[in-house]
Design a protein around this ligand. Structure first.
Ligand SMILES: [Zn+2]
Length: 285
């Protein structure tokens, strides 16, 4: 699933193509991916220009003239692809936006979990997932203090016995992390993924906040991580897979200490980590 670095890379790759372009129309091949419904897209999109492309967490937000917002979430396998000229839709293309100068934006999604929302600015604020998002971990104001508050160590939220990786994946705690970058951040901070939130020291939370920012910025610098599906707006894969230190490296030597990287499965979720660099006194595994 695309995480913050992949969506940010997509935003940066698409914005130069889309900014200032005027939509000619929407061709809707699968109306089920469009919320609140296809009619609004047909009615409202023609003639509107793209003013800006923003990102919030894993959401990509196209700001259109007249205050309208076209928001996309790629979920598992969604792709947004730009073509300078008319291009035939692929087998999993659900929507094509045609632009007046001849360019096209194709929304493809093999698994069909991706969604678009068309709203005004106020409607965007009330989109449930977006409104509840935690802070951006690459924001300069993000810190251990912020993370500590979001984890609810004051007795609310995730505090207490929740496992730290599960808390990091909750988009309400911080926005944009998924399995890849959560495992990488915990390794960079030297924290075992099964540690409980309430057990972490202030120093560890400070290290973790810095590690989240670092691994996400590294992911952006390498234009995202591609295992199979993710590509940017020009169809280019990301290179960050070559820089991962624990995720999907089970059995391979840790780059810091040489111990084999271990994968634990708990409740259907995988936790990649180095058992030597990320000690856990609380569990035996
Ligand atoms: Zn190690």
């Amino acid at each position: 699933m695309p995480e913050l670095p992949e969506v940010e890379t997509l935003r940066r790759s698409l914005e130069p193509c889309l900014k200032g372009q005027v939509i000619a129309g929407a061709r809707i091949l699968n109306p089920a991916v469009l919320l609140p419904g296809p009619e609004l897209y047909q009615e409202l999109l023609p003639g509107r220009s793209v003013e800006e492309l923003r990102r919030r967490g894993k959401y990509l937000i196209m700001c259109l003239s007249g205050g309208w917002r076209l928001t996309a979430h790629l979920r598992m396998t969604g792709r947004l692809l730009w073509y300078d000229a008319a291009t035939s839709p692929g087998p999993h293309t659900h929507v094509i936006l045609d632009f007046q100068l001849g360019g096209q934006l194709h929304f493809q999604d093999f698994r069909r979990f991706g969604r678009w929302w068309l709203t005004d600015a106020a409607g965007l604020d009330s989109l449930s997932g977006l409104a509840a998002l935690g802070p951006e971990p690459i924001d300069p104001n993000f810190s251990g203090r912020v993370l500590r508050a979001r984890l609810g160590l004051d007795g609310k939220g995730w505090g207490g016995r929740a496992r730290i990786k599960n808390a990091l994946l909750d988009q309400k705690v911080i926005a944009g992390l998924g399995n890849i970058y959560a495992d990488e951040a915990l390794f960079a901070a030297g924290i075992h993924p099964l540690r409980t939130v309430g057990d972490l020291t202030d120093d560890e939370i400070e290290r973790l906040a810095a590690a989240c920012r670092q691994v996400l910025n590294d992911g952006i610098a390498h234009r995202g991580t591609t295992f199979r599906d993710y590509v940017d707006g020009q169809g280019q894969k990301g290179e960050h897979k070559n820089f991962l230190r624990v995720f999907q490296r089970e059995g391979e030597p840790c780059f810091q200490c040489g111990s084999p990287i271990r994968r634990i499965n708990v409740a259907g979720r995988s936790f990649f980590h180095c058992p030597a660099c990320q000690k856990n006194d609380q569990v035996t595994s």
